[in-house]
Design a binder for this molecule. Structure first.
Ligand SMILES: Cc1cc2nc3c(=O)[nH]c(=O)nc-3n(C[C@H](O)[C@H](O)[C@H](O)COP(=O)(O)OP(=O)(O)OC[C@H]3O[C@@H](n4cnc5c(N)ncnc54)[C@H](O)[C@@H]3O)c2cc1C
Length: 438
């Protein structure tokens, strides 16, 4: 063999040894991404519901840095050598993909109107078009705990700077005790202004409803009277325990189990009506989040942590006894998505005898899942009680006890836009580019 031929053979072998595994690895990843995308299209979870990365396909070089950077796992994938939004509904706006992209081909956008984006018009201090009413946190359109905290702090700092105080009148009523409301309350406490925090449920906000265990803080956050939240990753239970510790240590008062019902203008002040009281205040911070007020079953055991009102990540449930409650598209889509995981045992409970007003494609998929034994329908059934490891259903055949690990209540809810419009807060219904203002 000539030297040239030998060199060529060696070169080809070396290139092949490196290139072939790389090509195989890449095509396996691409196949996974394609399969996942197809699967999520069935339930509509491929589409974004809020903030999400928009990929400029002409500029994307398909390097995969964005895919690797995403802490949520499969929001993005590489298909046909380009980054693609595979699991849009799972995106919560960390924005690390945007930072990781070496060619600037990613921009964070809000989902188009109709899927969710109704954004209040806000000043840099998060004041709405109604002077004195502020919106902090996710209701303003930007996700993440760090942003909610920053906005709650900014809004109340602006309120405190407005003085002078009016005798017998609160400086601020803060509605909601998620990260934005808690940060707003701590700021009010630290600046010595008169505040009330009302929360319809328990302290913690959306975090309480996470179906998954890990919470990721992509950068450290600073809380008034407390300092830096040190962990970058925590379980939802750890984060909630930290909030409770902060409240205990700082003496922040939160009126839990008190829902804000209305805000009425009162000359230059506001009268805030809640389920328990009425407050006269010169300003209001709405830190209501974007989950809306989910309709509840109002049955014993509904307060258990295993009861959630939204399915975000169907993949995180495997080999579980799951109950989905509801008869609309969201309940059916959740049940189908959970039943895709073959090891799950999924029951869909609906109080009517048939599903009406659901999308045709959902009817087809539902029938198919039932026929294949992947999903059990409990029609004309009503949840009576939720226990740690069981649920009790009232059915036409009598009381049934089902094994249960998790309950998904998908019986609708209301976003607070009715209230915002009633109060006169201007809402921008346009697609918003790069909503990052924090
Ligand atoms: C599954 C999932 C995982 C996520 N993971 C992360 C993560 O890892 N890291 C991260 O940074 N972010 C994460 N997020 C996003 C983060 O949870 C939200 O951006 C953040 O909680 C928003 O805070 P908020 O205070 O604006 O609203 P919320 O946390 O939604 O709090 C709003 C509060 O207002 C209360 N409320 C609403 N209406 C009323 C009323 N009328 N009267 C009284 N109270 C009312 C609600 O009960 C609620 O407690 C995740 C979100 C989801 C859904």
């Amino acid at each position: 063999m000539s030297d040239t031929l030998l060199t060529t053979v060696i070169a080809v072998t070396i290139i092949g040894a490196v290139l072939i595994p790389y090509i195989l690895h890449t095509s396996r990843k691409e196949k996974r991404a394609k399969d996942r995308f197809k699967e999520l299209q069935i339930t509509g979870l491929h589409a974004a519901a809020a903030v999400h990365p928009h990929i400029d396909v002409l500029n994307c070089i398909g390097c995969g840095s964005c895919v690797a950077a995403c802490p949520e796992g499969d929001v993005l994938g590489l298909i046909g050598g380009k980054a693609v939004l595979v699991h849009g509904a799972k995106c919560i706006g960390h924005g690390l993909c945007e930072e990781a992209c070496p060619v600037g081909a990613i921009t964070l956008l809000m989902a188009p109107p109709g899927r969710s984006a109704n954004l209040p018009v806000l000043t840099p201090q998060y004041e709405t078009s109604v002077p004195g009413i502020f919106i902090a946190g996710e209701l303003g359109g930007l996700g993440l705990i760090k942003n909610a905290i920053a906005q709650g702090r900014t809004a109340v700092t602006a309120i405190a700077a407005r003085g002078p105080q009016i005798p017998g009148v609160l400086d601020v009523v803060i509605v909601g005790a998620g990260p934005a409301g808690l940060a707003a309350g701590l700021t009010a406490l630290s600046l010595g202004i008169r505040y009330v925090v009302v929360e319809q449920g328990d302290v913690g906000g959306t975090i309480l409803r996470y179906p998954r265990r890990k919470v990721v803080l992509t950068s450290p956050v600073e809380l008034p009277l407390w300092g830096r939240l040190r962990f970058m990753e925590a379980s939802k239970e750890q984060l909630l325990a930290t909030w409770e510790n902060i409240i205990r240590t700082t003496g922040l008062e939160v009126k839990t189990g008190e829902q804000m019902m209305d805000i009425l203008p009162l000359e230059s002040l506001f009268r805030v009506r809640t389920t328990h009281d009425e407050y006269i205040t010169r300003s209001v911070v709405l830190a209501l989040g974007r989950r809306g007020i989910p309709r509840k079953l109002n049955v014993p055991g509904e307060e258990l942590a295993k009861v959630v009102y939204q399915l975000i990540d169907a993949e995180s449930y495997a080999d579980m006894d799951l109950l989905v409650v509801g008869g609309g598209d969201s309940a059916i889509e959740a049940a189908i998505a959970l039943a895709v995981q073959k090891t799950n045992r999924v029951t869909l409970s609906y109080r009517q005898s048939e599903f009406t007003k659901i999308k045709e494609r959902n009817t087809t998929h539902l029938r198919d899942m039932v026929r294949r034994g992947r999903l059990t329908l409990a029609m004309n059934s009503v949840v009576q009680e939720i226990r740690e490891h069981h649920v009790i259903l009232a059915t036409p055949e009598g009381r049934k006890e089902l094994k249960n690990d998790q309950v998904f209540v998908c019986i609708g809810g209301e976003l607070p836009f009715g209230l915002l419009s009633r109060v006169g807060i201007a809402i921008d219904r346009q697609l918003v580019e790069n909503p990052r203002t924090a």
